[in-house]
Write a new protein. Structure first.
Length: 360
């Protein structure tokens, strides 16, 4: 592995078990039925472990939206043209995309990042663009590798550094998002190589692809997986062969979550593929991740199961941009409020909760 990447990863330490134990105990004292906030309780305990502090705060939260183009779009695997990536990315900088509206409501700061959009972007002033362009889009992986190993590593390191910047600014929670026409094709190909599964069951319609397009998309992915799989020795090889700059950067964001001890919310399908790449690069990285929703893309649930992460929301969403991750933020905030401020059994003078006995 690349020495710089190895250096970054050497800083990772496990979540703090003591803070997690204290958090579990606190939940047990809250005057409500045991475990009745389900996964929300587990997520608050997880956050306590990541932050090494049982006093959980989610005050400062940021969404990193990685924008990039994918050469594979040339093959007719998407419903819209590649130019849409740049237009939506520019709109994000003006606060005018679905996720920007949701993030405003949820109190999340938005950071659009150009990881590799096919043209230069103009920035609006609402959420200024962060320019980390690796190249003007990847290459068409049905003809040649999408990127070089060096580009894949640089994109991963960029993701790690973005988390370093959030850490320096005092962020308590990070959310992942992406924008890139064609990135469900790259994601299905990466998922098939990681899971060693037939891409048929891992490939869906992405952003509204029609029937003829779906047949084409499946064929393109199947051929690429067959061609590249013998030469893919590690995750960097997989990213170089069929990945994207958004996927590689998001992989770095998840690794960065573990390095800088900031919980990172997954979004949908693309984000879950990056999360699995990070987990494979650094096993245990998933302990720093929080699943938000289950994408309607066919691989959405499969990837979360592989990562052993429990989502908070199932709403048939598949928009991307970080919309699912943002939808989970108010839920986590509500759970954190109950955890931090709700009376205990002792406060309200009820004997500690005992489950009712089964009627005989
Ligand atoms: O997050 C998801 O689960 C998701 C599922 C399907 C599509 N998307 C979004 O749609 C775009 C990719 O779709 P496509 O068909 O161009 O590959 C990309 O910009 C994603 O943000 C996102
Ligand atoms: C309009 C549009 C917005 C998106 N946001 C994320 N992916 C997208 C794809 C399209 C086509």
């Amino acid at each position: 592995m690349n020495e710089e990447l190895k250096d970054y990863l050497s800083a990772i330490q496990q979540p703090d078990k003591k803070a997690m134990e204290t958090a579990r105990l606190r939940w047990a004292h809250v005057a409500k039925p045991l475990n009745s906030l389900g996964v929300l309780e587990d997520d608050i305990v997880k956050i306590a472990g990541i932050r090494e502090n049982s006093l959980v705060t989610l005050k400062k939260r940021g969404l990193l939206i990685l924008c990039a183009d994918n050469g594979i779009v040339e093959e007719g695997v998407t419903q819209t043209g590649m130019e849409v990536t740049a237009v939506v990315a520019e709109n994000m900088t003006r606060g005018n995309s679905s996720v920007c509206i949701m993030a405003k409501r949820a109190g999340v700061d938005v950071f659009p990042v150009d990881m590799g959009v096919a043209r230069d972007l103009e920035s609006g002033s609402t959420y200024p663009l962060i320019n980390r362009k690796i190249a003007y889009g990847t290459k068409n992986f049905s003809k040649t590798n999408a990127m070089t190993r060096n580009e894949a590593v640089q994109a991963i390191i960029t993701g790690i550094q973005l988390m370093g910047e959030l850490s320096e600014k005092g962020y308590d929670l990070a959310a992942t998002g992406e924008m890139g026409i064609g990135n469900t094709t790259t994601s299905s190909a990466v998922a098939a190589l990681l899971l060693k599964q037939d891409p048929m069951g891992l490939t869906g319609r992405g952003a509204g692809l029609n029937d003829a397009g779906l047949i084409k998309k499946r064929k393109v992915i199947q051929e690429a997986v067959a061609r590249y799989s013998p030469n893919c020795q590690d995750e960097i090889d997989i990213l170089s062969a069929v990945g994207g700059f958004d996927l590689a950067g998001m992989t770095g964001i998840f690794l960065g979550g573990a390095i800088y001890r900031i919980p990172v919310l997954l979004d949908g399908f693309i984000s879950a593929v990056a999360a699995l790449l990070a987990e494979r690069i650094y096993p245990g990285c998933r302990d720093f991740m929080i699943a938000s929703h289950v994408s309607a893309e066919p691989a959405g649930r499969i990837l979360l199961e592989e990562l052993e992460l429990s989502p908070l929301i199932q709403a048939g969403m598949c928009l991307g941009e970080g919309t699912g991750a943002i939808a989970a933020v108010p839920l986590l905030q509500m759970a954190a409020d109950v955890y931090s401020t709700m009376s205990s059994f002792e406060d309200i003078e009820i004997e500690a909760y005992k489950p009712m006995e089964e009627p005989s």
